[in-house]
Design a protein around this ligand. Structure first.
Ligand code: CA
Ligand code: CA
Length: 413
C-alpha cells in the first residue's frame, strides 16, 4: 500500500514539483508559526524541513491533484476570476487563435507546438494535440487564412489547412530559412500586422554588443511567402511580444533590457513604433536615458526613440494585447495588458504578473498591476508569457513554468 502510494507520489511530484514545493513551504510556514521556529532563510527551510514534509505528503496526499495550482494566491481586481483553461501544455509560450477557434501554442525548450481544442465550448480545453515536435525554440505562432505559421530559430514554417488536420498535420512548407541562427535571444515571437505582413524579430546574440549586420537587433517584416524581407525597426535587444493598437493600427512592443548593470537598471521597455525606420537605442542607450558603459560614447541617447514606458528593471515583459472585448469593465477597454515573465538575475524577484497600461493619444498615462501572485517571496510557481483575448472578451494567459493556459473572466460583483 505504502509502496504504491510512494510510486504514485513520486510520479506526481516529479511532474508537479513546484506546486508541491509551494504547498510544503506554506505548510511549513504554518507549522513554524505554531511552534515558534525562527525562519531565517528559504535555503534553510529547503535543507532541513523538506524531507519530513515530503514524506508526510507521500503518505497522506498521494491522490492530491497537484494540477490544481494555488490560483487563490493570484490577486485580481474585484469581480475578476482566474481559472485553468488547459493543462498539459508543457512550456506554453506564444498563443494565436485559428479561424475555427483552435488555440495554437508555441513552446521554448520543449520544442513543441500545440493545438488546444475546446470541443463543447465550455471554456475548458478537451484536447491538446502536438502539431510538431523536436523544434529549436518554436515560441512563435501566427495564423492567416487557414494556415498556421510557426517560428524556429533560423526559419519560419507554414502548416496549411491545419484546423482540418490537427491529428495528422500536412508536411509544413518553409516560408523562409534566411533568418540568423544564433540561439542567444534567437527564439522568435511572430505576428501578422494589420498591413498583412509577417513581423519577425531578430534579437541581439549577446547580453550587449553592436549588431553584426543590419538584420540584427531588429523587428523584420516580410510578405507571407517570405519575400521582400526588410527591417521595420532597429536598436531592439530582445522583443518577445508586439501588437497593434486596433484604433490607430500602430505597433507597440516590449523589449528586455541588458543584464549586469544592477538590480534596478536598466528598465525594460514598452515601445511605440508607429512607422518604419525607427531606432530604439540598443546597444548604445538603455531605457531612453542611460548610455551604455561600453558603447554609449558612440551615439548619444538623443539619437534614439525613448520607450513609451519604463516597465521596471528585469520584469521581462513578453506578450501584450490591447483589450478589445466588452466583458471587462469600461476602464479596461483600450488598455494594454502586458505579461511579465519575471526576473532571473535580480536579488529580489520582480515581474511574474500581468500589468495594464492606459494609453491616451499614444502616450502611456497609467500603469498598474492587474494580476499578481505567481511568486511567494523568492519562490516561483508560475510565469505569465502571452495574452490572448477570446471573442467573448475573456482573457487567456499562457504560463511556461506551470505548463497551463489560464482564463480570466469578469462578472459584476
Ligand atoms: Ca470543453
Ligand atoms: Ca531602447
Amino acid at each position: 500500500m505504502v509502496s504504491k502510494r510512494l510510486v504514485l507520489g513520486v510520479g506526481v511530484m516529479s511532474k508537479y514539483y513546484d506546486p508541491i514545493q509551494l504547498f510544503l513551504l506554506t505548510t511549513y510556514h504554518q507549522f513554524a508559526d505554531k511552534l515558534a521556529i525562527p525562519l531565517t532563510s528559504n535555503q534553510r527551510i529547503h535543507r532541513l524541513y523538506h524531507f519530513p514534509l515530503i514524506f508526510c505528503f507521500l503518505l497522506f496526499f498521494p491522490q492530491a491533484n497537484a494540477a490544481e495550482l494555488p490560483l487563490n494566491l493570484i490577486k485580481l481586481p474585484p469581480g475578476f476570476k482566474i481559472e485553468i483553461y488547459a493543462t498539459g501544455v508543457t512550456n506554453a509560450r506564444a498563443m494565436t487563435l485559428g479561424a475555427q477557434g483552435t488555440l495554437f501554442v508555441g513552446s521554448y525548450q520543449e520544442g513543441k507546438v500545440y493545438a488546444v481544442v475546446d470541443k463543447n465550448h465550455d471554456y475548458k480545453a478537451d484536447a491538446v494535440y502536438v502539431i510538431i515536435q523536436k523544434m529549436l525554440m518554436p515560441i512563435g505562432v501566427a495564423f492567416r487564412g487557414s494556415s498556421l505559421y510557426v517560428s524556429e530559430v533560423g526559419r519560419i514554417l507554414r502548416f496549411d489547412n491545419i484546423e482540418d488536420n490537427l491529428e495528422h498535420p500536412l508536411e509544413p512548407a518553409v516560408v523562409t530559412e534566411q533568418l540568423p541562427r544564433d540561439t542567444w535571444h534567437g527564439a522568435k515571437y511572430i505576428q501578422f500586422g494589420p498591413d498583412g505582413l509577417l513581423y519577425v524579430p531578430v534579437g541581439a546574440p549577446c547580453n550587449v554588443c553592436e549588431p553584426a549586420s543590419l538584420w540584427y537587433q531588429t523587428i523584420l517584416r516580410m510578405q507571407p511567402n517570405g519575400d521582400e524581407m526588410e527591417v521595420y525597426a532597429s536598436g531592439i535587444r530582445n522583443t518577445v511580444g508586439f501588437t497593434w493598437d486596433p484604433q490607430t493600427k500602430e505597433m507597440w512592443f516590449t523589449d528586455n533590457g541588458r543584464d549586469n548593470l544592477g538590480d534596478d537598471i536598466p528598465s525594460d521597455e514598452l515601445n511605440h513604433a508607429p512607422h518604419k525606420g525607427m531606432n530604439f537605442g540598443f546597444p548604445y542607450c538603455h531605457q531612453g536615458d542611460i548610455p551604455d558603459p561600453l558603447f554609449g560614447g558612440q551615439h548619444p541617447c538623443s539619437e534614439f526613440t525613448p520607450p513609451a514606458l519604463k516597465t521596471g528593471a528585469h520584469v521581462a515583459g513578453l506578450g501584450l494585447k490591447f483589450y478589445t472585448g466588452t466583458m471587462f469593465p469600461e476602464k479596461y477597454r483600450g488598455r494594454i495588458f502586458l505579461a511579465q515573465h519575471g526576473s532571473w538575475n535580480r536579488s529580489q524577484k520582480i515581474g511574474y504578473r500581468i500589468m495594464t497600461a492606459e494609453i491616451k493619444d499614444n502616450k502611456v498615462v497609467g500603469y498598474e498591476p492587474f494580476a499578481q501572485g505567481w511568486h511567494v517571496g523568492n519562490f516561483v510557481w508560475g510565469r505569465p508569457v502571452d495574452i490572448l483575448i477570446l471573442p467573448d472578451g475573456s482573457m487567456l494567459v499562457s504560463d511556461d513554468h506551470a505548463g497551463v493556459i489560464y482564463r480570466i473572466t469578469y462578472q459584476t460583483p
